[in-house]
Design a protein. Structure first.
Length: 133
């Protein structure tokens, strides 16, 4: 239980405390509450509103999306989307793959390499649920 509390505190950047047993003889004159040193996760604080929108949209759609689909639902320019997806990819919150399979009018499946396939990672899901802007 204590390990889970420490891990949760680490993930959200909260303070964690440990309560010492006051029944022990060497605890008579000591404060029983000890703050545990929890390092902050500065990368989560670098997510801005647009990046959070991208992560939330990928979560709600529950599938990978093309850059065109994502741009249409978030209503931002292609350049802005490209920038934010690259930033999220560097942080490990999304994974990208160049190319997207699509069906031609003749029924053939071809890979369009102009399109970027974007999917959310587990770290991205966690970050999206932890960030409050």
């Amino acid at each position: 239980m204590a390990a889970a509390a420490c891990a949760a505190a680490f993930m959200i950047g909260a303070k964690a405390y440990y309560v010492l047993d006051t029944r022990l003889p060497d605890m008579k004159n000591r404060n029983p509450i000890v703050e545990l040193p929890i390092p902050a996760i500065p990368i989560i604080k670098t997510i801005d509103k647009i990046q959070l929108q991208i992560l939330k949209k990928l979560i709600t759609c529950n599938r990978h999306m093309s850059n065109r689909e994502l741009r249409e639902v978030i209503h931002i320019s292609p350049q802005k989307l490209s920038y934010h997806v690259k930033q999220l990819s560097k942080k490990g919150f999304v994974s990208t793959q160049r190319g997207f399979d699509k069906m031609t009018t003749r029924g053939e499946i071809v890979r369009d390499t102009r399109i970027l396939d974007i999917s959310i990672t587990n770290a991205g899901r966690l970050a999206a649920n932890m960030v409050i802007i």
